[in-house]
Ligand binder design. Structure first.
Ligand code: GLA
Length: 386
């Protein structure tokens, strides 16, 4: 991929790139829709992601070309006259990133050519957007010596989503792409931003990622709707109680707190968030003690909670979970925001071949498209390649 993206750079701009960078996608073991509620998450980075080749130009413009959106050609932003109007394509991330940098009082003071290439499955729910904003922010940080630290970059990337693009996401994706580390899952407390690395024994279990090959159009508006619902339920609860975040409500207080919420829908949202946050704590103990059977059950429980209480799953995702359980997975669930994307399946290494075969047979008997899967391992987060 590195060679590929450098060659593409030469092809597009007629000079050599001076550096290449890589920003990975991510999966999440458990802790879904907890991150904008001050809770715990447990993601890790994978080996697929976005590559960038970059080199200076002397025209005082930022040029960007993405192989995955080749139809758009090279997109140019004139540094003498930046317009922050949304284009409704991937280049909005570039604009959002530049706005963050300029709002912090820093400047891009010479031209840069950029080529992007990705091997992340499109619509796979593996956080290609956070990978892109972390990548662009880090490229500018290094190339222009802006002096931002890793945590600044993570927070700025989240702000691009929240404030420029209007997606009210939490900090999980950006954080793990910034801080992820090989062989470990990142256990992050999104309230304090304290984190620890949990070693995963990939000799005993595998995580199999299965792409549903579907994304719903309303994905982002539905996501924002869930975020708004959790905010609303917190406001209702705080007429009687005093919690900073929904995840501050303990499991034992849930039954008392839920009494003050009349809406059935909001009760369900609340239940998911509080229980999901508790599941992350349980998952930590299971990983440390290698209780993978129990971990599998917990993942499946999380799926049903996302399906029934948080209502962010889809019939295809539900079906993929059912097939996985029948094919011998210890547990399975949808990952990420939902409304399409992928499932993650916990499988004992010794059962892996049988699982893939059984799954493939059931899947291909039912769906026309081929079964898209990969075995994922925990990898490092963003890095400069050279
Ligand atoms: C998306 C968001 C994250 C997180 C997940 C759900 O990936 O970007 O911040 O909320 O959904 O857990």
């Amino acid at each position: 991929m590195k060679k590929h993206v450098s060659n593409l750079f030469f092809e597009k701009y007629g000079h050599n790139a001076s550096k290449t960078y890589f920003s990975p996608g991510r999966v999440n073991i458990i802790g879904e829709h907890t991150d904008y509620n001050g809770g715990l998450v447990m993601p890790f980075c994978i080996d697929k992601g976005l590559y960038a080749a970059v080199g200076r130009n002397n025209r005082n413009e930022i040029n960007i070309y993405s192989e995955n959106f080749s139809i758009l050609g090279i997109i140019t932003v004139d540094l003498n006259d930046i317009s922050y109007e949304l284009n409704k394509n991937f280049s909005d991330y570039l604009l959002g990133v530049m706005k963050e940098i300029y709002d912090k009082g820093k400047l891009l003071n010479y031209g840069l050519d950029i080529v992007l290439s990705s091997n992340l499955p499109v619509g796979g729910g593996l956080s290609s957007s956070a990978a892109l904003s972390i990548l662009l922010l880090s490229v500018f940080n290094y190339e222009f010596g802006l002096g931002f630290g890793k945590l600044d970059i993570v927070k700025m990337a989240k702000s691009v989503e929240n404030n420029f693009l209007g997606v009210k996401c939490g900090i999980m994706d950006q954080f793990v792409i910034g801080f992820g580390r090989e062989n470990t899952a990142l256990l992050l407390d999104t309230k304090s931003l304290k984190y620890e690395y949990l070693l995963i024994d990939f000799n005993e279990v595998n995580f199999v990622l299965i792409n549903s090959n579907t994304t719903r159009k309303l994905k982002e508006s539905k996501y924002n709707e869930r975020q708004a619902e959790t905010k609303e339920v917190l406001t209702i609860i705080n007429r009687t109680f005093d919690y900073e975040y929904l995840t501050d409500i303990s499991m034992s207080d849930l039954s008392k707190v839920i009494e003050v919420v009349d809406s059935e829908v909001l009760r369900k949202r609340l239940t998911h968030v509080v229980k999901e946050n508790n599941r992350v704590k349980l998952a930590k103990e299971m990983i440390l003690n290698k209780k993978f059977d129990e971990l599998g059950k917990l993942l499946t429980e999380a799926h049903y909670s996302l399906k029934d209480d948080y209502e962010v799953s889809t019939p295809v995702l539900d079906e993929l979970v059912e097939i996985a359980l029948k094919s011998g997975a210890l547990g399975a669930r949808m990952i990420g925001g939902g409304f399409g994307g992928s499932t993650i399946n916990l499988v004992l290494k010794k059962d892996l071949d049988g699982f893939i075969k059984k799954f493939k047979d059931s899947y291909e008997g039912k769906y026309e498209n081929s079964f898209l899967y990969s075995i994922v391992y925990a990898k490092d987060g963003f890095k400069r390649i050279d």
